[in-house]
Design a protein around this ligand. Structure first.
Ligand code: PA5
Length: 447
């Protein structure tokens, strides 16, 4: 496998017997998932999605990617939550957070929009695009998410201004539900090119569907290899044997720690190209688990940057934290520490090492310091930052959170709490249908 799960940093915190005690519950959680008997089972098609992936769907995605590459220097990907984070995370992981700056003339840049409501961000992105030819991929499973729909309206206006109404439509690809939602209706009426978000896969589990695959294919990612990595992972992480299944071991360890009062998990990385892996993971874990006043609070850290900020808290603050570190065994690019005649900076002792060796050693040191500070520690070691490894990594965390959700006896596949802010926002904005709540919300804000 491309992943090794390293649990040595748990030894001071979890006894072997504790895993034994959890085994029946783990078996039950797996049964609920694999036999589609658990809560939200209608949304578990991700479990064997990669291994059963329809090759004609892959061709469809590639054709659309080639069309975008042929017509545009820039693809604007509009979406929020699961319709955004997977694509952004994978692009950073497999290419670079500076992909757009490094892109050659023959490559199509990929920018993300509609993942907030900031006017400034939108205006600035329009300026960044400038007079470069651009296409739009609007992604929304429900087809009626305000952030995405509103950003789409602005980009439609910009496309129409630049290319005229008819040509503008040829630069839009909508990724949405096959039948339902406002975006599907608009797509059908306007005749946009489109791709389908499968009904049985929720937003935060959708990175390996057209949602993530089209933007990635446009950026030149080998989506076939990504899916192949996930397909292999389906076999590894289906094992019922705790010692053979790191996803199960990870889920079990988190649960045991939670019961001991470690209620916040930090997903840490040592590569800036994994920062959005943390963002993607936070949605996956937080939106899946945080229900019925239960669940582990997901947070993330970027090292060594954050060791010089809230690293202090991690080392000595309230002891309700545990840490999962995603480490890259073999970085794609390394640098030898320069040899200098002078030792004015006192760094001669690092000559002969590479920068990655220093980084890896710092990571080892932090594990020991954090264990000593009372922070249980796990590591997910990834062979390298390639498609096969990422496919496996994605599946590892998806499988773990599904099991974890069933251990918490909640539905890991819905997100009812997301509606609360929408109701208040719609009532305050005067959306038709929310008139009756409007006054109460305004009164509370004294508006
Ligand atoms: O995981 C989820 O289902 C959500 O976070 C959605 O991805 C998010 O709300 C965006 O929804 P949609 O794709 O319907 O616009």
């Amino acid at each position: 496998t491309a992943i090794q799960f390293d649990s040595f940093g748990l030894a001071p915190f979890i006894k072997k017997e504790e895993y034994e005690e959890l085994k029946p519950q783990l078996a039950f959680a797996q049964e609920l998932l694999f036999e589609k008997k658990g809560a939200g089972s209608a949304y578990t098609d991700w479990v064997d999605w990669a291994s059963t992936f329809d090759p004609t769907e892959e061709e469809k995605i590639q054709r659309r990617a080639q069309k975008v590459q042929g017509q545009s220097k820039v693809l604007v990907v509009i979406g929020i939550g699961g319709s955004y984070l997977g694509g952004k995370m994978a692009l950073d992981f497999l290419k670079s957070p500076w992909y757009n700056d490094l892109a050659s003339d023959s490559e199509t840049k990929v920018y993300f929009a509609g993942n907030q409501l900031s006017a400034m961000a939108l205006r600035q992105l329009l300026r960044v695009i400038g007079d470069q030819d651009f296409s739009v991929n609007v992604i929304s499973k429900s087809g009626q998410t305000t952030e995405a729909a509103l950003a789409f309206r602005f980009f439609k206006e910009a496309l129409i201004k630049r290319y005229g109404k008819e040509k503008a439509s040829e630069r839009i690809i909508a990724t949405t539900d096959a039948k339902q939602g406002t975006l599907r209706a608009e797509t059908t009426a306007a005749g946009y090119d489109n791709l389908v978000v499968p009904n049985g896969i929720g937003g935060r589990f959708s990175v390996l569907t057209a949602v993530g695959l089209l933007p990635l294919a446009v950026a030149g990612v080998d989506i076939h290899a990504l899916l192949a990595g996930a397909a292999k992972a389906e076999q590894y992480y289906a094992s019922k044997e705790l010692s053979q299944n790191p996803a199960l071991l990870y889920a079990a360890s988190r649960r045991i720690l939670y019961d001991k009062g470690y209620t916040t998990e930090i997903l840490a990385n040592w590569e800036p190209s994994l920062q959005y892996f943390g963002e993607w993971w936070k949605q996956l874990m937080g939106e899946s688990e945080g229900k019925n006043q239960k669940g582990i609070y997901p947070s993330s850290a970027n090292y060594s940057t954050d060791l010089h900020s809230f690293g202090q808290y991690i080392q000595e603050g309230r002891r309700n934290l545990f840490e999962t570190v995603v480490r890259i065994n073999q970085v794609a690019e390394d640098l030898a520490v320069p040899k200098m005649a002078e030792n004015g900076d006192g760094l001669a002792y690092l000559e002969g090492k590479t920068l990655d060796e220093v980084n890896q050693t710092a990571a080892d040191g932090v594990v020991l310091a954090h264990i000593d500070g009372g922070v249980p520690n796990m590591a997910v070691r990834v062979a390298k930052q390639d498609e096969a490894s990422l496919g496996e990594l994605i599946y590892f965390f998806e499988m773990a959170v599904a099991i974890s959700g069933y251990l918490f006896a909640i539905n890991p596949f819905n997100q009812p709490g997301v509606e609360a802010y929408k109701t208040a926002m719609f009532a305050l904005l005067g959306k038709p249908g929310y008139e009756s709540q409007s006054k109460a919300y305004r009164d509370r804000l004294q508006k």
